[in-house]
Design a protein. Structure first.
Length: 85
């Protein structure tokens, strides 16, 4: 499982996921500390992803789950369907 340890790396990782995740796909990864949670909602919203869940771990890290509901591949799929109609 991927672990993200800084705000900059979090934003880069979410951008990477937004480009590769299929519409409806979800991914879990770890934040090295709970302080990074505040940066997650703005990053996911910026790239059309949804922040679904967060679970604290005994070591202080947080496992989070995000899903592609509105991202690039979801929008591309809608545009393709609209053109075919």
């Amino acid at each position: 499982m991927q672990t993200v340890s800084s705000k900059g790396n979090l934003v880069k990782y979410v951008l990477k996921l937004s480009k590769t995740m299929e519409c409806g796909e979800s991914v879990e990864f770890r934040l090295s500390n709970a302080a990074l949670l505040s940066a997650l909602p703005p990053a996911t919203m910026k790239y059309g992803l949804s922040f679904i869940d967060a679970v604290g771990n005994p070591d202080g890290s947080v496992t989070v789950k995000i899903e592609n509901r509105f991202g690039r591949k979801c929008v591309e799929g809608k545009n393709v369907k609209e053109r075919r109609s």
